[in-house]
Design a protein around this ligand. Structure first.
Ligand SMILES: C[S@@+](CC[C@H](N)C(=O)[O-])C[C@H]1O[C@@H](n2cnc3c(N)ncnc32)[C@H](O)[C@@H]1O
Length: 476
């Protein structure tokens, strides 16, 4: 981020606006909305500001800007049409470490003003970092339309009941659970339809009833996060990602997806790179049980689909044994994501009538597969975790009857901005892996369907190391 969005408390605090024209008037209006104590310095005032001055709503100093005007103010906005004056205000304010905004001159600003959607106490600020005010306004317009004005009244209702709820529900988790139900349920609906008194009565009743209930037990959400692109998450995954108290994730979950997890959730990284398990599987299983038994909603977030080479089965086995509630949310597995984004259909009437997913990495590190069943001319074989065992893979597929010229695709970091697709054959695969410095996570697709890549590829590759969104292991 180029800028940190923050909300500043300026109620009753002295703020200075330099300039007396219509742009200055707009800034004054904003500051007054936030209940600031506004002083305007300018030789002249536009009608709007004159009216405010006549009403005693602002302090007015009728002259040009002077250094001493900055004394004791907490924030300053320069909105004159004189470049030198704006520059001077900016320079002096920077010297004093005073937040300064100069209208239409981002370089002179220490803070910029966002587009605002005001549903006070709910306020949404949209900024494009100054790059496109038009885009910010467009986004604002969309949000305006989708966030009813009643959200402000809902926010006020929550404000009024905050202390009551705090004393009725002793733990953070229980309060959070209570508010989530309220804000998505009939109480909120009452507010949206203008029945605020009914909403208050219902909220009182809900506090009384629900605070008597025993604490809700914890639960584990075993969720497939897909191969990397956040757009490939399911709706359900996203919903549970927003509800979790704790997130337990491993290296295949891309940072772009982690960005979408509830902000205040506790986050536990459990690694799991080949041969470098940050936390042993047994310990992960135990951790899930312990967290759920503490009453937490635990999001176990896994790359791809949890039940495809994801050890998801092992994790819920212990949960079932321990009587912990859980649910499983499928994700798009790497084979689906990578093949789609590489333009390689896994089956095709002319080339492959079956498709097999196999792991190139067995429990003991060997690659002992049923090669006879895999080496079929009209079959696509997708190898997960296949890089390490690639020499065996090529040797055995050829030894069991596939031509050495059978096309093979390597899809590295599929579906992410760093996706690379490299095409080889069974007898050139090892050279390509070595020469192109292929790294995990990479999927290996073997079969005639790979020949369609050239015609059907549609994702542009950037080959950029500096694009955000790489997997965690790349940072090490
Ligand atoms: C332990 S398996 C996990 C598979 C995951 N559960 C799934 O359904 O995709 C890890 C392997 O999946 C493959 N993989 C996962 N995400 C990938 C991606 N974005 N690009 C390429 N391969 C990926 C790689 O072969 C990697 O070694």
């Amino acid at each position: 981020m180029e800028y940190l969005p923050i909300f500043i408390q300026i109620k009753n605090r002295p703020c200075l606006v330099v300039g007396g024209g219509s742009i200055a008037a707009r800034k004054v209006a904003l500051l007054r909305k936030a209940q600031a104590d506004v002083t305007v310095v300018s030789p002249e005032l536009c009608d709007e500001l004159k009216a405010l001055n006549d009403d005693g709503a602002i302090h007015y100093v009728a002259r040009g800007f002077e250094e001493a005007d900055l004394d004791s103010c907490v924030l300053v906005i320069a909105a004159t049409d004189q470049r030198e004056v704006n520059e001077r205000v900016s320079e002096l304010a920077h010297d004093l470490r005073l937040p300064v905004n100069v209208v239409d001159n981002q370089e002179l600003c220490s803070f910029i003003m966002p587009s605002i959607i005001d549903r006070s106490p709910v306020v949404i600020a949209v900024s494009t970092g100054g790059s496109s005010p038009v885009l910010a306004r467009l986004i604002r317009t969309r949000l305006e339309g989708s966030i009813p004005a009643a959200y402000g009244r809902l926010g006020k209702l929550v404000e009024r009941f905050r202390d009551k709820v705090k004393s009725a529900f002793p733990t953070v988790e229980s309060r959070r659970g209570f508010w989530e139900k309220i804000l998505e349920g009939p109480v909120a609906e009452k507010v949206f339809t203008g029945h605020d008194n009914d909403a208050e009565a219902m909220l009182d009743k809900a506090i009384e009833e629900q605070s008597q209930l025993p604490e809700t037990p914890g639960e584990v959400f075993l969720v497939g996060a897909g191969p990397g692109d956040p757009d490939l998450l399911t709706f359900r995954a996203l919903r549970l990602m927003q509800q979790a108290d704790v997130v337990v994730y491993d290296r295949l979950v891309s940072p772009a997806i982690m960005e979408m997890v509830r902000r205040d959730a506790e986050v536990v990284y459990v690694g799991k790179e080949r041969d470098k398990h940050t936390m042993q599987q047994e310990n992960i299983n135990q951790l899930l049980v312990r967290l759920a038994k503490e009453g937490k909603r635990v999001l176990r977030l896994k790359g791809g689909d949890p039940f495809i080479f994801g050890r998801g089965g092992e994790e819920i086995e212990l949960l079932a044994q321990e009587g912990v509630a859980f649910q499983v949310v499928p994700g798009i597995t790497a084979a689906n994501g990578c093949s789609s984004y590489a333009g390689i259909p896994l089956t095709h009437r002319d080339y492959a009538q079956s498709c097999v997913f196999v792991t190139g990495h067995l429990k003991d590190g060997s690659v002992d597969l049923n090669w006879k069943a895999l080496a079929h001319p009209n079959q696509t074989v997708v190898f997960y975790m296949g890089l390490h065992g690639a020499p065996t893979l090529c040797k055995e597929m050829i030894a069991h009857g596939l031509p050495a010229s059978t096309p093979v695709a390597l899809v590295e970091q599929g579906t992410t901005p760093q996706q690379r697709v490299l095409i080889a054959t069974l007898d050139t695969l090892l050279d390509v892996i070595k020469n192109e410095d292929i790294k995990p996570p990479t999927l290996i697709i073997v079969g005639e369907v790979v020949s369609l890549h050239d015609k059907l590829k549609w994702v542009e590759e950037h080959h950029a190391d500096n694009v955000d969104g790489v997997f965690a292991y790349r940072d090490k």
